[in-house]
Design a protein around this ligand. Structure first.
Ligand SMILES: Cc1cc2nc3c(=O)[nH]c(=O)nc-3n(C[C@H](O)[C@H](O)[C@H](O)COP(=O)(O)O)c2cc1C
Length: 119
């Protein structure tokens, strides 16, 4: 399963480039299977609040995280949500994407998904 959060549509666009079942995070969502998390970055390198709430409930099934950010924020905070999630929940940071990312990003994420989430 691919689980994602998107505020302005970039992550939603990334998810459409991937092959796999997906679900958007909502408050109260509980998963009972392994998932790849894809999120945007908020604040100054922060995890979006609803993603943080989701992870508190679902951390055991999280196999990795891919993150979208905007590199114009500067490299200290670019994609910071992904770094924080990887560190806090001890999961791989699969890829950082600038806004909607590129084909090479989708290929890396798809391979991870096939081998480490679905597989
Ligand atoms: C209020 C606000 C704060 C943001 N802070 C960061 C940031 O600290 N680091 C970063 O890389 N991107 C930051 N971004 C950029 C978003 O993470 C980026 O545009 C992302 O692609 C949005 O994904 P979405 O369209 O799926 O919501 C911020 C965007 C907004 C609106």
């Amino acid at each position: 399963m691919i689980v994602y959060a998107s505020r302005t549509g970039n992550v939603r666009s990334i998810v459409t480039k991937l092959d796999g079942e997906s679900i958007e995070i909502y408050d109260g969502l509980l998963l009972t299977e392994p998932f790849l998390l894809i999120t945007y970055t908020d604040g100054l390198g922060d995890i979006p609040a609803k993603v943080a709430r989701f992870l508190e409930q679902n951390r055991e099934y999280c196999k990795g995280v891919a993150v979208s950010g905007n590199s114009n924020f500067g490299h200290h905070v670019f994609g910071g949500a992904g770094e924080k999630i990887a560190e806090t929940y001890q999961v791989p940071l699969v890829r950082k994407l600038d806004l909607r990312g590129y084909q090479a990003d989708y290929e890396v994420i798809q391979t991870f998904y096939e081998t480490r989430v679905k597989g």
